[in-house]
Design a protein around this ligand. Structure first.
Ligand code: ADP
Ligand code: TRP
Length: 316
């Protein structure tokens, strides 16, 4: 029996933090055995935020090394770069013609930018259409994402349904997959861990950096279990071990943080070392990405042929 298909994407926008790891990256590693998996580096999505060639290139290389370091196996997963498969932008252009502006105005990302009175670019407004194309070209069964991306997967589903209604059955309707229990990893200040809040623990941080970050986790004054420290700690150890520990050390915040530092170090040090090894041979990492792009392109171009036929532009 053939395996079900999984597709997801990551924006190369900077060093990953443990929120990205537990909320998204780790899922791919866990699922790569079970599914036929496609993981894409969404560089054209990132272009909305990074408009500097040097930085873009550096970020793409970094995200490639990050994913190989956490254990994505190129023998099992097709790892590729969005810009290597031009069908993504081509399909976006077609989806634009069946999608209304008021519909896209309901997207969270757009509404947030509007609320902040930001002058939003067309690429950001259209972000969900490019993401719909990313997804639908590969007919995935599931799309693992963090909670904040769920709406985008729903938009992809709506877009597939609408296209199918207008032009006939073409796209499979994908399911979002949100990892339970760890939907939102809290940051150092208790808000969602996010690069944009500056409240992160980088996944590949060196020991001293981990120490500094953990020591700055905000602890609520008063007795008992420090909520934020516990929530982060719980990513590395089950509650059955943590609860007795936190109860026996109630209000001993510094001691608890010291244990957390060691637990993070124990978990991340091997990943960090592997990443350093991989960084010594960048051409080898590139060849993985290139081969992935060729494989993805075959699938995407077949789907685009079907789309062109359905919309009536394929006349010979
Ligand atoms: P950031 O908010 O730091 O910019 P991104 O938006 O680049 O993070 O998120 C990349 C992926 O990691 C997404 O799938 C997102 O849902 C997931 N993610 C980010 N932050 C968290 C978090 N604090 N908890 C769980 N998942 C997260
Ligand atoms: N928009 C996603 C993010 O910001 C990244 C992404 C791009 C993606 N294309 C995708 C995720 C397709 C899943 C499927 O995290």
């Amino acid at each position: 029996m053939s395996k079900k298909i999984l597709l997801s994407g990551v924006k190369p926008t900077g060093a990953p933090h443990i929120g990205n790891y537990f909320g998204a990256m780790k899922q791919f590693v866990n699922l790569q055995n079970e599914y036929e998996a496609y993981i894409m580096i969404a560089d054209y999505h990132a272009l909305n935020f990074i408009q500097n060639a040097g930085e873009m290139k550096k970020n793409i290389i970094n995200v490639l090394l990050d994913y190989l370091a956490i254990g994505l196996d190129p023998k099992k997963v097709t790892l590729f770069k969005q810009s290597d498969v031009s069908e993504h932008t081509e399909l976006t252009c077609i989806f634009d013609t069946i999608t209304t502006m008021p519909y896209l105005m309901r997207a969270h990302a757009y509404k947030d930018a509007e609320a902040k009175n930001k002058e939003i670019c067309v690429g950001t407004f259209n972000y969900p259409m490019l993401m719909a194309a990313d997804i639908l070209l590969y007919s995935p069964d599931i799309v693992p994402v963090g909670q904040d991306q769920k709406q985008h997967v729903e938009i992809a589903r709506d877009t597939a349904e609408k296209f199918n209604r207008i032009f006939g059955q073409t796209f499979k309707i994908p399911e979002p997959m949100i990892m339970k229990d760890m939907e939102v990893v809290p940051g150092l200040d208790g808000r969602k861990m996010s690069k944009s809040y500056g409240n992160i623990i980088p996944l590949f941080a060196e020991y001293e950096e981990i120490k500094k970050a953990v020591m700055s986790i905000v602890t609520d004054s008063g007795e008992g279990i420090p909520k934020n420290v516990y929530a982060i700690h719980n990513l590395f150890r089950p509650a059955s071990e943590l609860l007795p520990l936190y109860e026996s050390k109630a209000s001993k915040y510094k001691e608890l943080k010291e244990i957390l530092i060691e637990d993070i170090e124990k978990f991340t040090a091997p990943l960090r070392e592997k990443r350093k090894e991989l960084a010594k041979n960048i051409p080898k990492a590139f060849s993985i990405l290139e081969a992935g792009g060729e494989k993805a392109k075959k699938i995407a171009s077949r789907k685009m042929e079907e789309v062109r036929e359905k919309i009536g532009v394929k006349i010979y």
